[in-house]
Each structure stands twice: as C-alpha cells, then as structure tokens.
Design a protein. Structure first.
Length: 476
C-alpha cells in the first residue's frame, strides 16, 4: 500500500480514535485494526495545527499490513538557533516498518542514529523505509541536517491500569490545571493516556508510592516536574516538548525512577534530569535532547539538601546541543561538605555536543565544587558520535565563581571503561586537574577507551591533558 492519504483526513481519524477510546482503552481501536501497533489520538482543536510540523510525512505498519499515519509534533531545539524539529511516537510489539517522506526538496543521504543501533534503511520512490523489532528512540537525518531532523520514539506498550479509588486518568485531549500544577497524592497511580496533552506539570511533594505513567505529551511546561521530599516514585513514558527550562528533577528524595522519558528543548537552564541530594535514583531508556546538561547530579542544590548516593543512569540516548551529557558535583553545601558517591552511567549513546565555554566543556564531566567529595563513579559502554566543540572528558576540583562558594574537596575513583568516540568534530583535549594540593583528583582509570579508532594508552597531550594535583591515572 502506498502513501496516498492526505493530511486533511487526520481530523476524521482523530474523531474515530476518540470514539474508540470512549468504548474502551486508549488503544482499543488499534488493537482490533492492527494487532501489536498502537497509534494514539491527535491533538484536539486548534492544537492540531499549532503543534504540527509538516517537514516530513511519517507512517508505520506491521510488515505487509496497512500504513498508519503518525502525527508529526513540532519541538524547538538548540539555544543557538532555535531550530524546529519533528517528533513522532507510537508503541508496538513484534516488528514494524517505518516510512518517512521528506516533503520539501530532494536529498542524497540519510542517516538513522544512534549508529550503534545499526538500522539499515532503503529508499523507494523518495520514501525512506526501515524496520525495527524492539523499542528504541531514533533520529532520522537528511543530508547531515541535525537541526531539522525527525525524532522517532518507538516504545513498548504501557498497560492501562484498572480503575480504582487511587487511580487517576488523563484521557486524550487537552488538560490545563489551574496554577499549572496537577495534584498528586500518596499511593496514587496517575495514567496519562496517549493523545493527552498536558499544559502543566506534576509536583509530587512529600508523597510515597506514586506512579505517573503513560504516553501523554507535556506541552511547553513553564516549570520542571520535581519529585520533592518523597520516596518510591516512578515517572514513566511521558514526552516533554519544548520545556521553558529544565524537564524533570528529584530533590531530597529516595527510590525514584525516571523511565522512558523523552524531552526536547532549547531554553536556558534546560537540563534534562536533575538529581539534587537524592539516593537510589534510576534513569533508564531516556532520550534527552536539551540546550543544557542531559543529566546533572549534584548534592545540596535548590530544594535538595544533603548527599547524593547510588544513582544509576543506563540504556539512554543523550544529545546536549549545549553543555554536558553528564555533569557531576558542582553544587553542594560548603559548611556540610557533601558527598556524591556510587554513581553509574552505562550503555549510553551521545549523539552530539557543542559547548563554546571552556568552563563547561566535557561530554562526561565532573567539576567538584562547594567542598564536595565525588567518589566511586563508573562510566561504562558509552558511545560518543560527535563533538562539534568541547571535550570528551573533564574531571576537576574547581572553584566556580559564578555559582560556587568554595572549591571542591576531592575527586577519587573514577573509571572510564569501554568508551568509544568516533573522533568526529573538532574537540579540544580532555582535562584532568586538581584545584590544589589539598583538593586533589586521584585514582582515575581509562580502560578500553578508543578515540577515532585508536586506543588511549597514555596521556597523549593532543588528546588528554593531565594538570597539577592529580595522582593515580592509569590506562589499560
């Protein structure tokens, strides 16, 4: 079946989807029509036009089955622009084929990234086709244009919870709470259905045993979703489009999981995930494209007070158009001398990085400030595709005059293992440096680190600079 349907037919499809929802679950119609493929209702009313990006026509199908239209959302990225990009999302089981048509102009080259996914595509009559058999988040790029690309968020279905006194549903349609904040209580499961558009955020504070799940869209939130003074909280499946500042955070909380979160933004201070003085935090299967740090892990910061321990970040894709993919340790409490320890970052793709300011360079960066101690940190199985400007590694104890009150106390025990950087771009040499003899950096190991296909076996000044007050750097 060819790509013959017109965009104008979507309004009828939207009405049918809403009627199907009224009869049952958010994806009941899709289950009947196309088992194993879940395409969600369209934005309602005027949002149908204001949220749309017409750069691409995108469809999906089970192999050999009928094509299903996907709504192409618009988002803004890159604070140096900004630039408009496209986003589609759906859920599936088994195998699906995706088709993409670039609606304006010809093209000669297509990339589907991350490169580690090894997605093979073909082009037929100007339509790019490729097949996937497991959930993943992808970027489709034409002729190297990474500022007007297509983001494909292909997920696993999230089960709709059974109704109950502690279950809250946000069904397809627009939801805009008074004051911009949706209420959350202890013990609740909040289900945000695919096709729900939220113009506001959740602020779980002093709660426990809370789940906020579903495929809804959070549209241009003015504030972060912050888990504050809480425990046993899971946020899963939401997509955030063009947050004004940061996307999601936890502060003075424990046992917090952020799973399958997607965000694209271009604003100032637009961190993806912030961890402030928390313990037992997991970030997994995230796609984070922001104009600030993808993930920032601090001790005392804003409403978070204390140490940070046992953070796990894994199976994710980061794309910091500005700043760092991972940034650790800058903020703390000089008087209390906070500790950040037992931090793990594993199986991560970094699609690109561009940071002009030398103080904030480093795809993987530790800048211990405010008398913080940062220790026992592992970076493992990380693939970096491009550094337009910046550094690969940056590990220091520092005094940041703009944000800090004192230099960091110590960085001790950082392992970089199975790190692969393509060498693309024009990076500066990485840096390891201690602020002073009493504020050193020590026990930094590089194991199976390759840059442009070459194993890092020693402190080559063209690649990595070892500054003063550093001891115990090893290469394997």
């Amino acid at each position: 079946m060819g790509f013959t349907a017109r965009k104008s037919s979507w309004l009828g499809l939207a009405s049918a989807a809403v009627l199907a929802l009224a009869a049952g679950s958010a994806c009941a119609a899709d289950q009947v029509e196309t088992p194993g493929l879940y395409v969600y209702p369209l934005p309602p009313g005027g949002l149908f036009y204001s949220m749309h990006n017409d750069t691409f026509t995108v469809r999906v199908r089970k192999p050999g089955g009928p094509w299903r239209d996907l709504y192409e959302y618009n988002a803004k990225v890159d604070s140096d622009g900004p630039s408009d990009v496209s986003v589609v999302q759906f859920d599936f089981t088994g195998q699906v084929e995706i088709g993409v048509r670039k609606n304006n102009g010809d093209f000669k080259r297509v990339e589907v990234r991350p490169a580690s996914k090894a997605i093979r595509h073909r082009v037929e009559n100007g339509i790019v086709l490729f097949t996937i058999d497991k959930p993943q988040n992808l970027s489709v790029e034409f002729d190297g244009d990474r500022l007007h690309n297509l983001h494909v968020f292909a997920g696993a279905p999230i089960a709709r919870p059974a109704p109950g006194p502690d279950v809250v549903f946000y069904e397809p349609g627009l939801h805009a709470p008074a004051g911009g904040v949706f209420p959350v209580k202890s013990g609740q499961t909040v289900y945000v259905a695919g096709g729900a558009i939220l113009q506001g955020v959740f602020k779980p504070e002093k709660v426990e045993n809370v789940r906020i799940i579903g495929r809804g869209i959070v549209d241009r939130p003015a504030d972060q979703l912050v888990v504050q003074n809480s425990k046993n909280v899971t946020v899963e499946g939401l997509t955030f489009l063009t947050p004004k500042h940061g996307t999601i955070a936890c502060a003075s909380s424990s046992n917090v999981t952020f799973k399958d979160i997607k965000t694209l933004s271009n604003g100032s201070w637009s961190d993806g995930v912030n961890v402030f003085a928390c313990s037992e935090v997991t970030v997994e299967r995230a796609f984070i494209r922001t104009s600030d740090d993808s993930v920032a892990v601090y001790a005392t910061r804003k409403s978070g007070v204390g140490d940070t321990r046992r953070v796990r970040v894994r199976d994710s894709t980061f794309w910091p158009d500005v700043a760092h993919a991972v940034f650790i340790g800058l903020h703390g409490d000089t008087k209390a001398r906070n500790v950040l320890e037992d931090l793990r970052f594993e199986n991560i793709d970094i699609l690109g990085l561009d940071e002009d300011d030398p103080e904030y360079q480093g795809a993987l960066a530790i800048s211990a400030g405010d008398d913080n101690t940062v220790r026992d940190v592992l970076f493992d199985d990380i693939r970096v595709e491009q550094i337009e400007e910046g550094k690969l590694f940056n590990v220091r104890t520092v005094f940041n005059a703009k944000y800090g009150t004192s230099p960091g106390l110590l960085v001790d025990g950082v392992r970089f293992r199975n790190i692969r950087f393509s060498g693309a771009g024009w990076p500066s040499p990485s840096t390891i440096s201690g602020f002073g003899p009493d504020r050193p950096v020590r026990n930094i190991s590089f194991e199976n680190v390759t840059i442009a296909g070459k194993r890092l076996k020693a402190a080559d000044p063209a690649v990595i600079e070892i500054g003063p007050n550093v001891e115990g750097v090893t290469f394997k």
